[in-house]
Design a protein around this ligand. Structure first.
Ligand code: FES
Length: 196
């Protein structure tokens, strides 16, 4: 299989080879440094986005924009993690996420690197609406464990974004590449340092 293009490395090489000819004095330095910061256009095109995890408390969700899509960053509580593990496989379309779009390094029913931190796209895999949080067990019926509900056509997802049977959404919510360095989350760059 061919190696995916490493865009970060390619950008670095282009920048490095451009330096000797481009900088002729102090006055030339500032514009060059400024150009290294991702522009709004570059961000929209897919530059990785950093998130400070220390500002998100257990049970909270933060919406982050990456490549024009909403990505949810969720600090799951121990109860929410436990609820994922208790859902019978027969109630889910793809309990092991075998058809899901997600990085190879997210594992298990939790679909995450560590159980407490969930990163996934807040975009319904049916027709692209935004599911809403229905976090309270019982909120959508006696057996509702808590999770997300799409108001457009009624798809239901658990706290790992796994879609319940009977929902029109054809697959679990997508997970973008991401990596965690201490309290810093980088969306759009994988654990191997490669960007998406
Ligand atoms: S867009 Fe979500 S169920 Fe149709």
């Amino acid at each position: 299989m061919s190696e995916p293009v490493n865009k970060s490395r390619r950008r670095t090489l282009i920048a490095a080879t451009a330096v000797p000819g481009a900088i002729t004095g102090a006055a030339a330095v500032a514009p060059f440094v400024a150009s290294l910061a991702p522009s709004e256009r570059a961000k929209a095109a897919g530059a990785p986005v950093e998130v400070d995890l220390s500002t998100i408390k257990p049970g909270e969700k933060k919406n982050v924009e990456w490549r024009g899509k909403v990505v949810w960053v969720i600090k799951r509580t121990p109860e929410q993690v436990a609820s994922i593990e208790k859902i019978p496989a027969s109630q889910l379309q793809d309990p092991k996420s075998e058809k899901a779009i997600q990085p190879s390094y997210v594992k298990g029913a939790e679909r995450s690197i560590t159980p407490d931190l969930m990163v996934m796209e807040g975009v319904c895999t049916h027709l692209g609406c935004s599911p809403v949080e229905k976090a309270t067990p019982g909120e959508l019926g006696n057996d509702w464990p808590g999770g997300f509900y799409c108001p457009c056509h009624g798809s239901k997802f658990d706290f790992a974004g796994r879609v319940f049977t009977g929902s029109p959404a054809p697959r679990n919510l997508d997970i973008p590449p991401y990596k965690v360095e201490g309290t810093k989350l980088v969306i759009g760059m994988g654990q191997d340092g490669k960007d998406a």
